[in-house]
Design a protein around this ligand. Structure first.
Ligand SMILES: *Cc1c(COP(=O)(O)O)cnc(C)c1O
Length: 499
């Protein structure tokens, strides 16, 4: 190798040649470390910094090309360390228009609930300890009274999620027995929760009755026999049967089950603790209403209820006692974090006049279009400034959804910022669809990723769920403007984003 390689062309060289034969070209690790900023040493530590510098030097040797100066090598090393330190699970802006988005973590907790969680996480708590008697307590006691008060149930248990609640009820009440279900309710509820499959796993035999569109009381009456452990109703969630349909009258079905001595359970899925119609929203079955027509009800903690992931079984005391005694309860039980958050959220329901303000899920669901449109128009110029050169910004009416299976056919009028990617100068090198995909990638790569939805070759940011406007603008400020003249929006490529 020539020793005067300083101005050599950026061709690939044999690996390690520079390092071994021309130490001036690739600086020594010790030298780079010696010049490291004390803050970087303090934050990352000498060990990690050394490793990162070695990794950068290895990259330079492998890739060849001009050797960056020392400052650039250090910056690359600390850049790697910063990227490694970034948590895998982190906040995003959910501007998809789906308020309860399962992939984006469903319900948002009110601050008070998050603080309650933090308090019991950093200190011991009375999770299973009765402060009155000094004896062992029961973890469900922290929320059971509130659930009963808010739903009219006699008793309640909490487990990992609603799928677990259904599994537990089936196993506790109908193992090796038959469960009678209408063919119109044998649904699959996203993410591999299929009612027939859960039955099998719970050790129950499914006894289907009726047809997909029509099931009558007499179908249930004929099916219930000595082998029946449970009759189950399932809220069809993200699925609606319309047209020539019939279902047994709920009160009649409950009467039939009572007369035959068979418990009736209803899986509500979302299930609300309040009448959503009172808040101007489309009605959704309430837990209280369901308990008037069923002995047990199962529902999620992080859907309309607006708390954290958990499943609640509420209803008749004798049946809840059987559920609680089941060994699966131990396997499906929840942590103190869940109780702390759930209790704090349930308490908000004791003050219904302020619920739409205090509970984020309800606050977001009850926003009206006029307010969201005004917000969009107010934010549009600042957003346009931040994405200048990459996209045009306009405001458009759109439709949000509740999500998580609630109200499948109902919609919420909303408004969105529309980000339309700017085409390249001259002939488009990529189609509008490709530009849009890259714009979405760019938004996902921001410090706090921004998740919208793609529609008609534009990205819609539904502002129904935007509360932290300053945070959004700050995150968008990291969008690197295109260099005037040298690049176009077409250069906004996915590869650039991933560094
Ligand atoms: C969502 C849903 C479930 C599953 O609830 P998770 O809390 O997600 O486990 C079960 N049944 C119905 C009807 C649902 O809508």
């Amino acid at each position: 190798m020539p020793s005067s390689a300083k101005s050599s062309s950026p061709q690939i060289r044999p690996a390690t040649a520079d390092a071994t034969q021309n130490p001036r070209r690739i600086p020594a690790v010790e030298r780079l470390l010696g010049g490291a900023a004390p803050e970087d040493l303090a934050v990352y530590g000498r060990t990690a910094l050394t490793e990162a510098i070695r990794a950068v030097l290895a990259r330079i040797r492998t890739e060849g090309g001009p050797v960056p100066d020392e400052a650039a090598i250090r910056a690359e090393a600390t850049g790697r360390l910063a990227a490694e330190r970034r948590p895998s699970l982190r906040p995003v802006f959910n501007l998809t228009g789906t308020v309860l988005h399962t992939n984006l973590g469903r319900a948002l907790l009110p601050r008070s609930a998050a603080e309650a969680v933090a308090a019991v996480m950093v200190q011991a708590s009375n999770l299973e300890f009765d402060l009155g008697t000094g004896a062992r307590g029961e973890r469900d006691d922290h929320v059971e009274g509130l659930i009963c008060r808010l739903t009219g149930a006699e008793a309640a248990v909490v487990v990992n999620n609603n799928a677990a609640a259904v599994l537990l009820v089936l196993n506790a009440l109908a193992m090796r027995k038959e469960v009678v279900v209408s063919r119109g309710e044998l649904v699959e509820i996203g993410g591999s929760f299929r009612v027939p499959d859960v039955m099998v796993r719970a050790g129950c035999r499914l006894h289907e009755v009726g047809t997909t569109n029509r099931t009558h009381l007499r179908d249930y009456a004929e099916a219930i026999g000595p082998r029946t452990g449970l009759v189950m109703k399932v809220h069809p969630s993200n699925y609606a049967i319309a047209g020539f349909t019939a279902a047994a009258d709920p009160a009649d079905l409950h009467g039939l089950c009572r007369a035959r001595g068979v418990p009736l359970a209803e899986d509500l899925g979302s299930g609300s603790l309040v009448d959503l119609a009172a808040y101007g929203l489309p009605p959704e079955p309430t837990v209280r209403g369901a308990l008037e027509r069923a002995d047990l009800v199962t529902f999620s903690g992080d859907k309309l209820l607006g708390a954290v992931q958990c499943g609640i079984v509420a209803g008749r005391k004798d049946l809840i006692a059987r559920v609680r005694k089941n060994p699966l309860k131990r396997a499906l039980r929840v942590d103190k974090m869940t109780y702390a958050a759930l209790e704090a959220v349930l308490r908000l329901y004791l003050h219904p006049e302020r619920l739409a303000e205090e509970l984020p899920t309800l606050r977001l669901l009850t926003r009206d279009r006029a307010g969201i449109t005004a917000q969009a128009e107010r934010l549009a110029p600042a957003v346009a400034e931040r994405v200048a050169g990459w996209a045009h910004v306009s405001v458009m009416d759109c439709i949000s959804q509740i999500g998580s299976g609630a109200l499948p056919v109902e919609t919420l009028p909303s408004a969105a910022l529309v980000l339309t990617p700017v085409p390249a100068d001259g002939a488009a090198r990529r189609g509008a669809g490709g530009r849009c995909k890259r714009l979405a990638e760019r938004l996902r790569a921001l410090p706090i990723p921004v998740i919208g939805r793609i529609s008609d070759d534009a990205i819609l940011l539904d502002l129904r769920t935007l509360e932290d406007e300053a945070g959004l603008l700050a995150s968008l400020a990291s969008v690197v403007p295109p260099t005037a003249g040298s690049r176009t929006a077409e250069d906004w490529s996915g590869n650039e984003l991933r560094d």
